[in-house]
Ligand binder design. Structure first.
Ligand SMILES: [Zn+2]
Length: 212
């Protein structure tokens, strides 16, 4: 194991503990992966993100085959789909964080851009968040839907399930998925209030300045 992999193992465990401490990873939900030289590192099946151990993480090769460490979660196929679709992707984070899951259950979301434009940082960190059609966890159709959406979007919301976010680095994926959770939380918090949304011109200005 080289220095980069050792470092990635530590960072995954630290991030898992942070997500758990903030209540973003109920039970054994959520998974984190980081691309490494021999494929990617991933949180194992039935593991609480708050109690990960660097030596127990799963290692999958570039084709998604389990080659070392504990068995990966069945959700590893979602991560494989994102890595395959996005050459610049260095890390993937998936959570069942409460507000984002609740938002994923709403009727009438725009599948190409699920959030109304409320705050600049949501637009800067998330771009347009895609809604991925529902399929049973573990069903190969779900990975196919994710692969399709991930070509155009780095932040995805799985219908009735939760968010999946890709980043060039683990830090950027983590920051984006927290922004997504906060955007959903804000939406619910503002119910019953008159919201001043960003205008189309303000959104365009943000996209031109910050979204590649
Ligand atoms: Zn899930």
């Amino acid at each position: 194991m080289n220095e980069n992999e050792r470092d990635a193992r530590e960072r995954i465990c630290r991030l898992g503990a942070q997500f758990a401490a903030r209540g973003l990873a109920p039970g054994t939900s959520g998974n984190i992966s980081v691309r490494i030289e021999r494929g990617w590192l991933m949180t194992p099946t039935n593991a609480s993100l708050g109690a990960l151990e660097p030596a127990s993480l799963s290692v999958l090769d570039a084709a998604g085959m389990h080659v070392d460490g504990n068995a990966p979660t069945k959700e590893h196929v979602l991560h494989r789909a994102v890595y395959a679709a996005r050459a610049d992707c260095g890390a993937v984070v998936h959570l069942h964080s409460t507000h984002a899951v609740g938002y994923a259950c709403l009727e009438g979301l725009d599948p190409g851009d699920v959030f109304p434009p409320m705050t600049p940082y949501a637009i800067m960190r998330l771009g347009r968040v895609a809604l991925v059609p529902y399929a049973r966890p573990g069903d190969s159709r779900l990975a196919a839907f994710v692969a399709e959406a991930a070509h155009e979007h780095h932040a995805l919301l799985l219908a009735n399930h939760g968010p999946v976010v890709a980043g060039t680095t683990l830090d950027s994926a983590a920051a984006a998925i927290e922004e997504l959770e906060e955007s959903a939380k804000l939406y619910f918090l503002m119910q019953g209030h008159r919201v001043r949304h960003l205008t189309q011109a303000q959104v365009s200005e943000l996209r031109a300045a910050f979204v590649s």
